[in-house]
Design a protein around this ligand. Structure first.
Ligand SMILES: C[S@@+](CC[C@H](N)C(=O)[O-])C[C@H]1O[C@@H](n2cnc3c(N)ncnc32)[C@H](O)[C@@H]1O
Length: 257
């Protein structure tokens, strides 16, 4: 068990689908179409939400290798002739793809990774001259409407929490991950494109996800701001939050030609 339950992944999949930067996904799909039956390796795929989101923009003969270290969620990805799953610990090996791989993808993964792990992954991608499509990397922006006095302190405590060890190479880059990833790839000659993919959640449409987020953030922040402060903030937020913004950035990077 990774701590990312299938219920949580299903809850976020709808918001992720709305937020993804379709222009970058289309570019990845266009490049992929130069190959016959291209193999795409998805890192940290959970139940396969990335595959479901990308597939309509990718060539119809695309084949998939879904990788995760959580057998429970990976089992829910199902199997089909064009879809393989592999249990893989990315901390031990950031590059679980075979030689025939044509694109590496990931969703909501890189903010869990340590800076050193990101550099190792960039080395592996560059060695194999592979493009990378990395979506929904949390970038540190949090916004609540209506604003409350405790928001800034809670937001900064949460971002410190995000820099804890998440099992991917040591203390995570958290909100700094996408900048590190972009820089690591640029220094290896990649052309890197970034696009906003923030969640813009609204109470009347996204209340279940908003409740989960507020509750999770408050719990995560207890050790940093104190239990009472975190729980007071949680109660006030649950009583009245019309909109929540959670910043994410999508990245598409092509290797030097
Ligand atoms: C936030 S979830 C995103 C899952 C999926 N990409 C999605 O969008 O629904 C992060 C995923 O990374 C996986 N993960 C975390 N650390 C890992 C590791 N060391 N090796 C392999 N997978 C890992 C988790 O099991 C989880 O499925």
């Amino acid at each position: 068990m990774s701590g990312f339950t299938a219920d949580w992944l299903a809850l976020r999949e709808v918001a992720d689908a709305r937020a993804r930067a379709t222009g970058l996904i289309d570019r990845a799909g266009t490049a992929l179409a130069r190959h016959a039956a291209p193999l795409v390796c998805d890192l940290g795929s959970g139940t396969g939400a990335g595959m479901r989101a990308f597939a309509p923009s990718f060539p119809p003969d695309t084949r998939w290798l879904l990788t995760d270290n959580d057998p429970d969620t990976l089992a829910l990805a199902g199997c089909a002739p064009a879809v393989q799953t592999a249990l893989a610990d990315l901390a031990a090996n950031p590059a679980p793809w075979p030689a025939e791989c044509r694109l590496v993808t990931a969703t909501a993964l890189f903010d869990l990774a340590a800076p050193g792990w990101i550099a190792r992954l960039a080395d592996c991608l560059a060695a194999d001259r592979l493009p990378l499509l990395a979506c929904l990397t949390y970038d540190g922006r949090l916004g609540c409407v209506p604003a409350r006095p405790g928001d800034a302190a809670l937001c900064s405590a949460f971002n410190r929490h995000q820099r804890g060890d998440k099992g991917l190479g040591g203390p995570a880059a958290g909100p700094g991950a996408v900048a590190l990833l972009a820089e690591a790839l640029r220094t290896r000659g990649y052309r890197v494109a970034l696009a906003d993919s923030a969640w813009r959640l609204m109470q009347d449409r996204d209340s279940a996800l908003m409740t989960e987020l507020v509750t999770g953030w408050a719990g995560a922040m207890e050790g940093l701001v104190g239990v009472q402060t975190a729980q007071d903030w949680r109660a006030a937020r649950l009583a009245d939050t019309q909109r929540l913004t959670v910043g994410h950035t999508d990245l598409y990077a092509e290797p030097p030609s």
